[in-house]
Design a protein around this ligand. Structure first.
Ligand code: SAH
Length: 251
């Protein structure tokens, strides 16, 4: 079997296990194949991912990113992926949902350049990335404050810090969706009143499981999808400078 066919077989199997098969078309499989080729090649010169085994890439990057879609996202939505790094969940979301627009932001300019170049190479017109710090880009009066229907983030910070980085980007009535693993409950408890201060309200907490046969420890596959609704505008006091956010996370 050819290399590409083998890859498609793996994606189909892992997506099937994770109830994601309905997203797969030939065009989408081709895009995941191109992304994987470019990512693993670039990874030799630049640190994008510690995961290089193909099955693990498909499960822990692609399927994992798509678990976010367990929260319904309307067609035409504008999404911001805070701390997108090498493009997760940005790439998988943009690939399977051409009907939504995604802006990835990250403080590392090199990663942003890679995301933009790769999006172009694989023909993703709905993904662009900008470099900068979240707390600067969401400043009052700026282009990005309270402008997104949905803001998401994966593996960036614990929820008390993450909420202050993400909620200022969310429009009134929009949502901040955080995909968390093992420490979700503790993080949630530590951020309950901080979320209220930022104008958010916890709307749902959904327990999910990533089926990943490359993992030994069952616990690693636990996921919690936390949806926070923006019910009030964020006070201009937030976000504070990063040193303060980190030193004294809102609680
Ligand atoms: N979301 C990606 C990357 C996670 S690594 C994934 O799941 O694979 C965390 C990323 O967040 C890093 O690339 C880092 O540069 C970025 N980051 C951390 N704090 C940030 C901030 N305040 N503003 C912008 N990016 C930030």
């Amino acid at each position: 079997m050819k290399e590409k066919e083998k890859f498609f077989t793996k994606v189909r199997a892992i997506f099937e296990e994770n109830s994601l098969s309905h997203y797969l078309t030939d065009e989408i499989l081709e895009k995941f194949y191109s992304l994987t080729e470019i990512m693993l090649e670039t990874n030799e010169k630049m640190n994008i991912t510690a995961i290089t085994d193909i099955d693990a890439v498909i499960a822990r990057h692609y399927a994992d990113s798509l678990l976010m879609l367990s929260a319904f996202i309307e067609s035409g939505s504008k999404i911001c992926d805070v701390g997108c790094g090498g493009g997760f969940p940005s790439f998988p979301l943009a690939i399977v949902r051409p009907d939504i627009t995604i802006i990835g932001i990250d403080s590392t300019a090199k990663k942003i350049a890679y995301v933009n170049e790769t999006a172009k190479k694989i023909g993703l017109e709905n993904l662009t990335a900008i470099s900068g710090r979240a707390e600067d880009l969401s400043a009052v009066g700026g282009e990005y404050r309270e402008k997104f229907d949905v803001v998401c983030a994966r593996a960036v910070a614990a929820l008390p810090v993450l909420s202050e980085l993400c909620l200022p980007f969310v429009k009134l009535n929009g949502r901040f969706i955080a995909l968390k693993s093992k420490t979700a409950d503790e993080e949630l408890n530590a951020s309950r009143s901080g979320i209220i201060k930022l104008g958010g309200k916890i709307e749902s907490i959904e327990k999910l499981k990533l089926i990943d046969k490359t993992l030994g420890d069952e616990k690693d596959a636990e996921r919690t999808l936390i949806t926070i609704r923006k019910t009030a505008k964020t006070s201009p006091k937030y976000p504070r400078p990063y040193a303060q956010i980190k030193k004294k996370p809102l609680s």
